[in-house]
Design a protein around this ligand. Sequence first.
Ligand code: HPA
Ligand code: ZN
Length: 350
Amino acid sequence: MTTHTFPDVPADQMPALLRGMPKAELHIHIEGSLEPELIFALAQRNGVSLPYASVEDLRRAYAFTNLQTFLDIYYAGASVLLKEQDFYDMAWAYLERAAADHVVRTEMFFDPQTHTERGVAMQTVIDGLHRACVDAKARLGIDAELILCFLRHLSEEDAFATLEQALPFRDKFIGVGLDSSEVGHPPEKFARVFARCRELGLHLVAHAGEEGPPAYVWSALDVLKVERIDHGVQSTKDPALMKRLAQDRIPLTVCPLSNLKLCVFPDLAQHNLRDLLDAGLVATVNSDDPAYFGGYMNENFVQTFAATGLTVQHAWQLAANSFEGSFADAAAKRRYMDQLGDYFSRVGVR
Ligand code: HPA
Ligand code: ZN
């Protein structure tokens, strides 16, 4: 991929440049896009009772101290999803927000076990989400794909059963991932199910190095053989790992506002995104669970750039990385890169 050198842009013009920039989102849990207002609307529609009196009461509970304190509330929020239309409405709301942020491609995670263990059929989940992806292409012009995530706090046997249930809908998702409580659940716990998914030709990704150690990033790469690492911010603690990630051009799907809200970094100014980029890693910016962490894609870009003083050069690199790191085919990647080049010419920084 070609690189460019850009003139500096005044700091007060960076937010507009970032907001209008075409970009791909590679790390979004669709259940994490469920806004409190929609949680309450779906609870009412489905006759589900919530342990919160109001939208404001629920929002007040969003004071997290680590990953687990978030996950407990995130799984409770997802309990209002029962019907195919619920999954459609959730995904559609996110896709409209993403399109407004100039996201041209998104690869959305979903957590089927959160739903199937409540008696919701796999087909209900996948059909609703996939229908929204199809409509998004036609009505919003955004390319949207699905990645099925296994919950790592559950067993590998459960993951195998989930894969079996999903295989009749194999044409509706492009890959598998690994999420939920990281520490104590290393990637190697899922070695066999990932090997099976690899045989099936599915793309492979895994959360690693969010709260967990660099060793988990190593085993995601060497045991699970993933193509991307989700988060991966703990990698800076291991110089040999940094070298490996740079040499193999393994994308890291970094989520700055998530890291801030889950206390992975004490403040955004201390986030290590700049170190990752300056070390030549294929780092990207993503929203993770935007309804819970206070911002969709553009908020992540604007707040992170303001706090860390990243430059227009970094902006171009992050967008280019998001396209390179995506699972789009070569022709689509070229199209996205052309859009990026046109944008930078149009805003006069090329
Ligand atoms: N980490 C792990 N599991 C998750 C996350 C996350 O950031 N968001 C939703 N499930
Ligand atoms: Zn995540």
